[in-house]
Design a protein around this ligand. Structure first.
Ligand SMILES: [Mg+2]
Length: 130
């Protein structure tokens, strides 16, 4: 199996493990509580699905690869007579999020803090209508 296939297999395993954790979680689960599920909790759950390979290059390539899948869904959805497959789009956005969460953690970055800082930045940027 080539290195590319190994990366794809690892990605597949990670995502399936994440799904299994999400599907099997109980409401009182430490990480998964649908009532107030935070990005921090999501990031911790994502990390728990991580295999032995935590190479930032693989994770960064995963972000790009999954973002490409999002782009492809939108591209195909705008062809004549077609529409965006929203269920598939949702799945691929989840894949992008997983890679971002794990990549962020690799550099000790908190996904929730990243999200809040980004909103703060945008609110400051657009506060005066510019
Ligand atoms: Mg995908």
């Amino acid at each position: 199996m080539s290195t590319d296939n190994n990366v794809v297999q690892l990605e597949f395993d990670y995502i399936n493990n994440a799904r299994e954790i999400m599907d099997n979680s109980e409401p009182e689960d430490e990480y998964i509580d649908d009532s107030d599920f935070t990005l921090y909790e999501y990031q911790m759950a994502a990390i728990n699905t991580l295999g032995p390979d935590r190479d930032p290059r693989s994770l960064a390539l995963g972000v790009g690869g999954e973002a490409g899948e999002v782009m492809e869904i939108i591209k195909k959805g705008f062809r004549p007579g077609k529409e965006v497959d929203v269920a598939h789009l949702k799945e691929e956005i989840g894949d992008v999020l997983w890679y971002l969460a794990v990549l962020a953690d690799t550099y000790d970055l908190d996904l929730e803090e990243i999200a809040l800082d980004n909103i703060d930045k945008l609110e400051r940027r657009y506060a005066n209508g510019s």
